[in-house]
Design a binder for this molecule. Structure first.
Ligand code: ASP
Length: 437
C-alpha cells in the first residue's frame, strides 16, 4: 500500500498544524510521499504566504519597498522552526534570497518560495527527504506538464529515498526557470506525484471533512459526501462547488487512483472518497449526491414559426461562438429554442449579439431574460429512480420557487433548474431539505 498525502495551506499554517501533520504521517507508514502547500492562514484575519509573496512582487514592480512583508514571511518560518526545534537555517537561506530580490526577479520564482521554505521545514520535521519540485516536476515549452519526465523523476526520487516530500505549486521549464501553476496548484502537484508513483490513494488533506452536499453558507450543517464518482464531482464543480483544483482530477482518474479528501484537524473523519465508479450502492445511500449552483445567467429565447432547428440553432451557435460565449444549456421547442449563457461572459456584447442573431436567424421574436440562477442536483443514482424530477419540481413549486428553465444532463447525472437570482438560496435549501435526507 502506498499513499500520497498532500497538505493544503491551512494544514501547514503554523507549528501546531505541523504537529497534526506529523501525527497523521506516523499513523500510517504507507504515507510515504508528501506534497505541501505554502503556509496558509492561521485564522480568518491572517494571510497566506503566497498572497504576501504576490504582494511583494507587485511592490517590486512599482519600486515600492517590500521589506516589511518579507520580514512578516520570515517571522512565520522562524516561528515554526523554533517552536519545533528544527535545524534548517531558514533565516539564512531566506535572507540570502531576499538579497537577490529585485524588480526583474521573475514572479514565479518569488512566489514559489512559499512552498519551498514551508516544505524544507516540514521535510526535516517529518524525517522525509526533501525533493525540490524544480528537480522533479517538469513543464514543456508549451507550459504543460511533461508527464513522462515528471513521472520518471518522482518515481526515481521515491525509490532512492524511501519517503519524500515535494513542495507543491511549481516546477521547472526546459529553460531552467521556475514556473508556478495556477492558484491552488499544489492539488495538481499531489495528483502528479500520486500518478507517478502509482499510489493506491491520493489523500488531499485540508480543513473540511470532505466535500459537503451543499454550500454551508446557504444550508445549515450540510452532510458530507462519503463517496462520489469523478463524473459527479465534475458536474458539481462545474456548477460552482469549489473543491479541488480542476486539473488535479485527470492525472489520478486516468490511472484509476482513488482520491480521498480529509480533514487535518479531524483525522478520525473518513472524509470524501472520489472514485471512478461505484457499483453496488447500498440502498441507504442518498440518491442525490450533492447540490450546487451559480447565479447570473441570461436566457436568450428565439421564436420562429416552422423553425428549422438544425439550421437556425446552428446559425445561432455560430453567432455566439463569434462572441466567445459558450452555451451552458439549450432547450428546444417546436417553434422556439432557448439558450442559457453566462451573463458576465457576454457582457455588453449582448446588444450586438442579439442584432447579429436577428440577421443570422431571422426569428419572429427574440427575448432576453437575465438575473437567472442555475441550481443542479447531481447524483448517479437519479437515473435508476423514476419520478425524481417530478418530486423535485413539486417541492420547488410548493415553496414558491418559480422555475424558468429545466435541463437534464445528457448522461442523467444531474437535473438543472433555472430560477430567478433572488430565489437561488431558497431553491438550494428546498432541494437539500427534500432530497438530501
Ligand atoms: N500556495 C499556492 C496558492 O495559495 C498553491 C496552493 O496552495 O495550492 O495558491
Amino acid at each position: 500500500m502506498l499513499k500520497v498525502a498532500k497538505f493544503g495551506g491551512s494544514s501547514v499554517a503554523g507549528p501546531e498544524q505541523f504537529q497534526k501533520v506529523k501525527a497523521i504521517i506516523e499513523a500510517d507508514p504507507s504515507r510515504r510521499v508528501v506534497v505541501s502547500s505554502a503556509a496558509g492562514k492561521r485564522d480568518a484575519a491572517d494571510h497566506k504566504l503566497t498572497d504576501l509573496l504576490y504582494l511583494c512582487h507587485a511592490h517590486l514592480t512599482y519600486g515600492v519597498p517590500c521589506d516589511d512583508i518579507m520580514e512578516t514571511i520570515l517571522r512565520r518560518f522562524v516561528e515554526i522552526k523554533e517552536a519545533l526545534g528544527l535545524r534548517y537555517d531558514v533565516e539564512g537561506e531566506l535572507r540570502a534570497f531576499m538579497a537577490r530580490m529585485n524588480k526583474d526577479m521573475p514572479v514565479d520564482e518569488l512566489v514559489s518560495r512559499g512552498e519551498y521554505f514551508t516544505s524544507r521545514l516540514l521535510a526535516e520535521y517529518l524525517g522525509f527527504t526533501f525533493v525540490d519540485a524544480a528537480s522533479c516536476v517538469f513543464f514543456g515549452l508549451d507550459g504543460q506538464v511533461d508527464r513522462e519526465k515528471t513521472d520518471q523523476a518522482i518515481l526515481a526520487a521515491l525509490k532512492a529515498n524511501g519517503s519524500i516530500l515535494i513542495p507543491g505549486f511549481y516546477g521547472r521549464l526546459p529553460t531552467g526557470r521556475i514556473k508556478v501553476m495556477s492558484r491552488g496548484g499544489s492539488d495538481i502537484s499531489g495528483a502528479l506525484a500520486a500518478a507517478a508513483v502509482g499510489a493506491d490513494v491520493y489523500e488531499n488533506w485540508t480543513d473540511v471533512s470532505g466535500i459537503l452536499m451543499a454550500d454551508p453558507r446557504i444550508v445549515k450543517d450540510p452532510a458530507p459526501i462519503s463517496r462520489i464518482t469523478y463524473a459527479e464531482l465534475r458536474e458539481l464543480a462545474f456548477m460552482g462547488a469549489s473543491v479541488l483544483h480542476e486539473d488535479s482530477i485527470q492525472p489520478v482518474k486516468e490511472r484509476g487512483i482513488a482520491l480521498n479528501i480529509r480533514n487535518t484537524n479531524r483525522p478520525e473523519d473518513p472524509g470524501t472518497m472520489i472514485v471512478e465508479s461505484i457499483e453496488a450502492d447500498s440502498s441507504s445511500e442518498r440518491f442525490i449526491t450533492g447540490i450546487a449552483g451559480r447565479r447570473n445567467f441570461t436566457i436568450l429565447t428565439l421564436r420562429k414559426r416552422n423553425l428549422n432547428a438544425n439550421q437556425t440553432l446552428g446559425r445561432a451557435l455560430e453567432v455566439l461562438d463569434r462572441y466567445k460565449t459558450p452555451v451552458e444549456h439549450i432547450t428546444l421547442g417546436l417553434d422556439s429554442f432557448a439558450l442559457v449563457l453566462s451573463t458576465a461572459t457576454l457582457g455588453d456584447g449582448i446588444y450586438d449579439a442579439v442584432a447579429d442573431l436577428r440577421s443570422a436567424c431571422r426569428p419572429d421574436d427574440v427575448d432576453v431574460q437575465d438575473g437567472i440562477a442555475l441550481v443542479a442536483a447531481v447524483g448517479r443514482k437519479m437515473t435508476s429512480r423514476p419520478g425524481i424530477s417530478g418530486r423535485l419540481f413539486r417541492a420547488l413549486g410548493e415553496n414558491g420557487v418559480n422555475i424558468r428553465t429545466i435541463a437534464q444532463g445528457a448522461d442523467e447525472l444531474s437535473i438543472i433548474v433555472g430560477v430567478e437570482n433572488e430565489q437561488f438560496e431558497t431553491a438550494i435549501r428546498v432541494m437539500y431539505d427534500g432530497f438530501a435526507g
